[in-house]
Ligand binder design. Structure first.
Ligand code: GLN
Length: 487
């Protein structure tokens, strides 16, 4: 019998609805599996056993009363440590918030629960989302389930590792510059970053507000499609899109997805040292798409090579402002001090790790009078050019394909002291983030050492349905997503 969570969300919800098993059984098995195996992976920071079982009991009771169950009934979901769940700690992978209990629940989480999903715990992440390896968690590093000497990617590394190792079928993550897609690629699962504004940010702890997007990780596009029903306008987040959730759903059939016009970002248009094995897997995947009758033509994004520089200025600038609230007085770790200045200084230097401090300094510098236009202003102009490049490219294609990550999972510790090497992990994910576009990563091959490789499709605004349909068509035709890491 496979670990309970290797079952898909579709299958679990279906079985619970039909009475094939009870939600309490699914959740209890899932919690027991996490208790037995999490230590070797470090995907979860905490499980919510009591409340998860209560939620599951409520679902079973509703079924016993003859009520029709919602589409995610009984599906265990893991929540990244930067989403608020009322009464639970939301630490954002930081010592600063290690004891912070959420006073309310994030809209996305509340809607997931209305759909019947059961929140089973919170997953590890790079502190405040700043990192690409989950080694920047203040608690412990998460390991890649395919090779435990390697990173799972980041910053939603716990979310990706939880799904990849079968500890749960679905995770909620957040993607500011690639944090859903890159760990999905490195862990061999599927990850969707929706259009900016598609999913509410209310109750997602802010990193860089103009870029932050909640997103989902699961083993199939079909499972993510189920979860995307939480999309839609939220009066508590003025940037949410007023469009029906159905717009995100598998909008087209297999035939149509297979005759996609795929724009291919070829020839290392973005210089980031692409790994040869990854490139070979990507090329083979494109051949496979051709055999599925997709039309593939090269496209150009001339400014995308500057996306990394622009992203790290904009994201750090916004972070320096968003993280100002953690002063040990209004929020956060509070060691105290004789003067106000001493109290704030000790709170921030003890509470924040080195990467977060670096970003705050960089961001504050970029916004400083005298440098503002040269640094932040320049970065925002590059952002506009990248968005214009995408708009022009979409005149000729339905989706743009590229690798998700320049390289497969790298060894723990190998990039932690080299920020440039770490930041280069995001070279292929940040262009879509800057342009606010939806993008999906799905498995497309493995290295000879058995490490997963992910490919990424980027679509025009609001075309999540197309991305999910294309990835679903791919998963009907290939079996990369069905491989499992050894225990
Ligand atoms: N690795 C990128 C960063 O550190 C992206 C992280 C994210 O998407 N949260 O900013």
């Amino acid at each position: 019998m496979p670990a309970p969570a290797f079952r898909s969300c579709v299958e679990i919800a279906h079985t619970v609805r039909d009475g094939g098993c009870r939600a309490t059984e699914v959740v209890a098995e899932c919690l027991a599996d996490i208790a037995a195996r999490n230590d070797s992976i470090g995907a979860f920071v905490e499980t919510f056993g009591d409340t998860a079982l209560l939620d599951a009991e409520a679902i079973d009771a509703a079924r016993a009363r003859g009520q029709t169950l919602p589409p995610l009934a009984g599906v265990p979901i893991a929540i990244k440590d930067n989403f608020l769940v009322s009464g639970k700690i939301a630490a954002c992978g930081s010592k600063m918030l290690a004891e912070f209990r959420a006073p309310y629940t994030a809209t996305v989480v509340a809607r997931l629960r209305e759909l019947g999903a059961v929140v089973i715990g919170r997953t590890n992440m790079d502190e405040f989302g700043m990192g690409s390896s989950t080694e920047r968690s203040a608690f412990f590093p998460t390991k890649n389930p395919w090779d435990r000497s390697r990173v799972p990617g980041g910053s939603s590394g716990g979310a990706a590792a939880a799904v990849a190792s079968g500890l749960c079928p679905l995770s909620l993550g957040s993607d500011t510059g690639g944090s859903v897609r890159q760990p999905a690629a490195l862990c061999g699962v599927t990850g969707l970053k929706p259009t900016y504004g598609r999913l509410s940010r209310y109750g997602l702890v802010a990193y860089a507000s103009s870029l932050d997007c909640p997103g989902f990780l699961a083993r199939t596009a079909k499972d993510i499609d189920l979860a995307m029903h939480v999309a839609g306008l939220d009066p508590r987040d003025a940037t949410t899109l007023d469009a029906p959730a159905a717009e995100c759903a598998l909008a087209i059939g297999l035939d149509e997805a297979a005759s996609l016009r795929i724009g291919c970002l070829c020839d290392e248009a973005i210089e980031c040292g692409i790994d040869q094995e990854a490139q070979r897997a990507f090329d083979a995947a494109l051949d496979c798409w051709r055999s599925l009758r997709a039309n593939i033509a090269p496209v150009h994004l001339p400014h995308a090579q500057h996306a990394i520089a622009a992203y790290y200025l904009i994201a750090s600038a916004e972070a320096s402002s968003n993280l100002a609230r953690y002063d040990g007085i209004r929020y956060g770790h509070s060691p105290g001090g004789r003067t106000l200045e001493e109290a704030v200084t000790s709170a921030r230097s003890e509470g924040f790790g080195p990467e977060v401090q670096l970003r705050i300094l960089l961001g504050a510098h970029a916004l400083q009078h005298g440098y503002h236009d040269e640094l932040y202003g320049h970065a925002t102009r590059v952002r506009r050019l990248v968005a214009d490049d995408f708009a022009a490219a979409f005149a000729q294609c339905d989706v743009i394909a590229m690798l998700t990550s320049p390289a497969p999972a790298f060894p723990l510790g190998s990039r932690i002291d080299d920020p440039v090497a770490m930041y280069s992990c995001d070279a292929l994910t940040v262009p879509a983030s800057l342009a606010g576009l939806p993008a999906i990563s799905f498995p497309c091959g493995f290295t000879k050492d058995g490490l997963p490789i992910g490919m990424q499709f980027v679509a025009p605004p609001r075309r999540e349905g197309l991305l999910l349909a294309a990835a679903h068509a791919w998963q009907l035709a290939t079996d990369w997503h069905l491989r499992r890491p050894g225990r």
